[in-house]
Every structure is written in structure tokens, then in C-alpha cells.
Design a protein around this ligand. Structure first.
Ligand code: MN
Length: 201
């Protein structure tokens, strides 16, 4: 069985960028729903005692598992998304080492922020925008629906932003760019990304 991890901040902590109402729905309905469906689907099967990562990799290997893959990957993606956000970005700033790599691969932090916003905006319909490490270089990529970099051996996820409509529609209606700009400029946890990078390199 997999569990729904605790949200790393209070429901109202990300206001005004993300409202308490959006965060409650997103976590208690959407994220919890993916976790519950995953558990229903693995109950009584060989996957019941596997880790979430193992379940995702197995489910990605065969289309008979499509429903399980979607729910398991969404469970993982959402936990990664909550950890990518912080109500106190000043406490989780970019380290000099990480900034040096960002400058090398993107020019400067503003260029990286703009890429996250632009690519998140250009992701057609539902999906995710990610900062990843790809063969030693930082890169911004998007995935569709539940798809996750976890299943792509060359991509190591460092942080992500959810661009499904349920992530922003109550607050911004169709204005995905306003949501993305608010999140990318004000709520990203760069320390989380740097820690993920350190674990790889
Ligand atoms: Mn979501």
C-alpha cells in the first residue's frame, strides 16, 4: 500500500498565489484520489508491497497497466510538486554552486524562470513542467497527463510545476500564465532542487 504524504505546509500558506480552496481540493481530492485508486488497483496483486517507484516502473512497462500507471505516477508527481513549493522561498534559496550550474546551462536564473513559464504555458492540455538533469546538463521539459521523468532513465527530476487546470482554475480560470508566473517567481523551493541534484551527482 502507498500512503498520502503530509502536505509540507499549511493549506493557507501559499496564498495569495495559490488559494486555500485550491490547495485543499488539489491535495484532499485530486492527490488523495490518485493514492486511493492506486491502492485499490494493487490490492491483492504482486505490486501490493512494492514501493511507489517500483509500481510506476512496472506499470509503465505494459499498456494493461495504463490506469494504474496514471494513478501511481500522479501520486508521485504530486508529492514532488508539493516539495517543489515553499511558502518561505527566502529560506530555500539557490546555493552558489547550483546558481553556477544554472548560469552555465541557461545564462541566468531569469532565463530559467522564463523557460519554466513558457514551456508550462505551451504544454497542450494537462501535464507538468520540470527542471531536470539530462546527461549532466540542466534542462526544462514537459510531460503530458500523468507522464513522469521517473520512467525516462536519462532524465533526473529536480523540481516541477503542475499545469493541470485543477492546479489553478479556481484562482486564475484559464490564465495559466498568471498562475505559472506567480509560482515560478515566488514559490519555488530551490533548495529542494539543489538537494535532488546533489543526490545524483
Ligand atoms: Mn494536480
Amino acid at each position: 500500500m502507498i500512503t498520502l504524504p503530509q502536505l509540507p505546509f499549511a493549506f493557507d500558506a501559499l496564498q495569495p498565489i495559490i488559494s486555500e480552496k485550491t490547495l485543499r481540493f488539489h491535495y484532499e481530492k485530486h492527490h488523495a484520489g490518485y493514492v486511493n485508486t492506486t491502492n485499490t488497483l494493487i490490492k491483492g496483486t504482486d505490486l501490493e508491497n512494492k514501493t511507489l517507484e517500483q509500481i510506476i516502473l512496472t506499470a509503465a512497462s505494459d499498456t494493461v497497466y495504463t490506469k494504474l500507471f496514471n494513478n501511481a505516477a500522479q501520486s508521485w508527481n504530486h508529492t514532488f510538486y508539493w516539495n517543489s513549493l515553499t511558502p518561505e522561498p527566502q529560506k530555500h534559496q539557490i546555493s552558489p554552486e547550483f546558481l553556477a550550474q544554472i548560469n552555465k546551462d541557461f545564462g541566468n536564473i531569469e532565463e530559467l524562470q522564463n523557460l519554466l513559464i513558457e514551456q508550462g504555458l505551451n504544454q497542450f492540455a494537462s501535464g507538468w513542467v520540470w527542471l531536470v538533469l539530462n546527461n549532466g546538463s540542466l534542462q526544462v521539459v514537459t510531460t503530458s497527463n500523468a507522464d513522469t521523468p521517473l520512467t525516462k532513465p536519462n532524465l533526473k527530476p529536480l523540481l516541477c510545476v503542475d499545469v493541470w487546470e485543477h492546479a489553478y482554475y479556481l484562482d486564475y480560470q484559464n490564465l495559466r500564465k498568471d498562475y505559472l508566473t506567480g509560482v515560478v517567481k515566488n514559490l519555488l523551493n530551490w533548495e529542494f532542487a539543489a538537494n535532488n541534484l546533489e543526490q545524483i551527482t
